[in-house]
Design a protein around this ligand. Structure first.
Ligand code: AP5
Ligand code: MG
Length: 214
């Protein structure tokens, strides 16, 4: 199964992708997570991406396309993957089509997580992640069962993203509407686009997704 999750910052792409990974035994490919790993490693790509990400802009298409193309070829992707945060521009969507054709792969579907912009600032500024396993939480909507302890791995260190402040979130939302939203038309014209209501609870959104995916 090869699917794309589209949605603005805070829509719940990462939260849902982690759940779909487990259910369908496929891997989450988050270009945001890959870029953050490059930044942490201090690679050349990470150095180029860091300032752009901190301002809430989009990293140039050619860098992203090269990064994802290499990732899709890795063995753990053989059973399928969920693209989370890619493609994010029409040129990236076109490049993905070329990539799939060259690799003999087919896209099963594209799901847009529809949300209200106004609620996204609260979602993002309340987000935190387990430093050890990457499990995601929220100050209000998804607290660990035991305060300060990760439900998934028992870790006790948590991190917050450098771009999760109100000003940057507003820039990221703007980039989404200007540059990413047009790809819904790109896939909609081909009958590949479905939508879920991302304002519902986390469990309810998972149910909507699994109803679509079977
Ligand atoms: P990226 O990491 O992709 O960030 P984003 O798109 O801004 O999305 P987020 O990760 O913030 O949100 P999410 O939808 O995953 O929400 P989450 O599940 O965490 O990209 C970061 C940057 O990298 C970009 O700005 C850009 O610079 C660069 N980049 C990445 N890909 C690129 C590309 N292809 N091209 C160019 N540049 C690229 O949920 C958020 C919070 O809400 C969590 O705390 C969660 O617990 C909570 N929550 C989730 N669902 C619900 C719900 N239904 N109800 C209540 N709370 C919920
Ligand atoms: Mg995410």
């Amino acid at each position: 199964m090869k699917i794309i999750l589209i949605g603005p910052p805070g829509a719940g792409k990462g939260t849902q992708a982690k759940r779909l990974e487990e259910k369908y035994k496929i891997v989450q490919l988050s270009t945001g997570d890959m870029l953050r790993a490059e930044v942490a490693a201090g690679s050349e790509l990470g150095t180029q991406a860091k300032a752009i990400m901190e301002k809430g802009g989009l990293v140039p298409d050619d860098l992203i396309i090269g990064m994802i193309s290499g990732r899709i070829d890795q063995a753990d992707c053989a059973n399928g993957f969920i693209l989370d945060g890619f493609p994010r521009t029409v040129p990236q969507a076109e490049a993905l089509d070329d990539m799939f054709q060259a690799k003999g792969m087919e896209l099963d579907g594209v799901i847009e997580v529809v949300v209200d912009d106004d609620a996204m600032v609260a979602r993002i500024t309340g987000r935190f992640t387990c430093a050890k396993c990457g499990a995601g939480y929220h100050d209000t909507f998804q607290r660990p069962r035991q305060e300060g302890v990760c439900d998934n791995c028992g870790g006790s260190e948590f991190t917050r993203r450098a771009d999760d402040n109100e000003q940057t979130v507003r820039e990221r939302l703007k980039a989404y509407h200007d540059q990413t939203a047009p790809i819904t038309g790109y896939y909609g014209q081909r009958g590949l686009l479905k939508t879920v209501d991302g304002m519902a609870s986390i469990d309810e959104v998972t149910k909507q997704l699994t109803d679509i995916l079977g």
